[in-house]
Design a protein around this ligand. Structure first.
Ligand SMILES: Cc1ncc(COP(=O)(O)O)c(C=O)c1O
Length: 369
């Protein structure tokens, strides 16, 4: 049995409803900004329980423009996690700021108890990542930020619909950043991103930043960027938004079954669960003894597993200039040695999930009761 990691080949079997709306866009000639984008932004804000959402060109730009909107740049420090995708750090570095890493907890997110000792007069922001779809500990992070007068920018690129006590990711910080990349739950036909916020002032700044700083067609308030979300992608996003609850619930259902079966295997650590936290399992990540062997064993049996990622950010060549070393972040480093992501997407069948469980069980010679 083949178990794919990606769902893309199964997702758009009937693209006609989307294509019909795109045809009407073509007839209208409204190829930038406009009513489709506004409708998408309103619906996205509702989804994230925020007042505003601003569509931009990618998740990376969502992070970059948020940092820029808060005036963060050369000489500033931004506290973040070494367990993240390259773009989190790329955004900080390319605006001219310096990433300051803090180790993660068992749930793979920033450890708030380690933040305070890294704050310096240059610290301007904390940038937690809701890694793999698990919300970071936002209450403690926000408290610290208030105490030290720091901005909080959430990297929620993997965490649409995740919650802490009913409050959605993207609604805790000063800004929340989302990706609409094809491998994300609302996955447009190319690149896209969104910033959420409750601040009208920030919304107005971001609308200018993404559109050349233009007050109107002929007047520019400040020179800025072209980072608009295309209306074509907004149309695709509007269709996919209707499915997002179903997608999240299917993934949570698969994760529950994995948890139940894999918790019995002593060589495996299942993702920790925190009361009140809704993890959306963008990736279902376990820690496994003999990880590399297990990885090969699963792939030889047509189970498409992944490693997100084998090297934490502080040990990447691109971070060398920051001066970190092996041993600086023990939790993140141990996780990088042991983690493996199992297929968990919405189109998997119960038989496929059972096949993954049986294969892992056989690998560890564990007899299912
Ligand atoms: C945690 C995280 N941050 C940022 C990004 C960047 O998003 P995009 O690919 O839309 O630029 C991603 C995308 O994979 C991500 O997973």
């Amino acid at each position: 049995m083949k178990v794919s990691y990606s769902y893309l080949s199964e997702q758009f079997t009937d693209p006609d409803p989307i294509l019909n709306d795109i045809k009407s866009l073509i007839r209208s000639g409204e190829f930038t900004l406009g009513k489709h984008l506004e409708e998408f932004e309103q619906n996205f804000a509702t989804l994230c329980h925020t007042k505003f959402a601003i569509g931009v060109a990618s998740g990376t730009d969502a992070l970059r423009l948020s940092l820029i909107a808060f005036g963060i740049g050369v000489g500033d420090e931004v506290i973040t996690t070494p367990s993240t995708f390259f773009a989190t750090i790329g955004a900080i570095v390319t605006v001219g700021a310096r990433p300051v890493y803090v180790d993660v907890k068992e749930d793979y997110t920033l450890d708030p108890d380690l933040i305070e000792k890294t704050i310096t007069p240059k610290t301007k922001a904390i940038l937690p990542v809701h890694w793999h779809g698990c919300p970071a500990e936002m209450e403690k992070i926000s408290q610290l930020a208030r105490k030290h007068n720091l901005t909080v920018i959430e990297d929620a690129c993997m965490a649409i619909g995740a919650e802490i006590n009913g409050k959605r990711t993207g609604s805790f910080g000063d800004a929340g950043c989302f990706s609409l990349h094809p491998l994300k739950p609302i996955n447009v036909w190319g690149d896209g991103g969104v910033i959420t916020t409750n601040s009208e002032q920030l919304r107005d700044k971001l609308l200018l930043l993404r559109n050349h700083g233009l007050k109107n067609r002929d007047e520019c308030l400040f020179y800025a960027y072209n980072s608009r979300l295309d209306p074509l992608q907004a149309i695709v996003g509007l269709h996919l938004m209707k499915e997002v609850d179903w997608i999240i619930n299917r993934k949570i259902h698969h994760a529950n079954r994995y948890d139940q079966a894999l918790a019995k295997i002593s060589e495996i650590t299942i993702p920790p669960r925190t009361p009140g936290v809704k993890h959306v399992y963008h990736n279902y990540v376990i820690m496994a003894e003999r990880r590399d062997e297990l990885y090969r064993y699963l792939r030889e049996r047509e189970i498409d597993c992944k490693i997100h990622y084998p090297l934490p950010q502080h040990l990447q060549q691109a971070s060398q200039y920051l001066g970190y070393q092996t041993g600086d972040f023990m939790v993140a480093e141990e996780q990088a040695r042991k983690i493996i992501s199992l297929p968990v997407h919405q189109h998997l069948t119960p038989e496929q999930i059972e096949y993954v469980i049986e294969t892992i069980t056989t690998f560890y010679h564990y007899i299912l009761p």
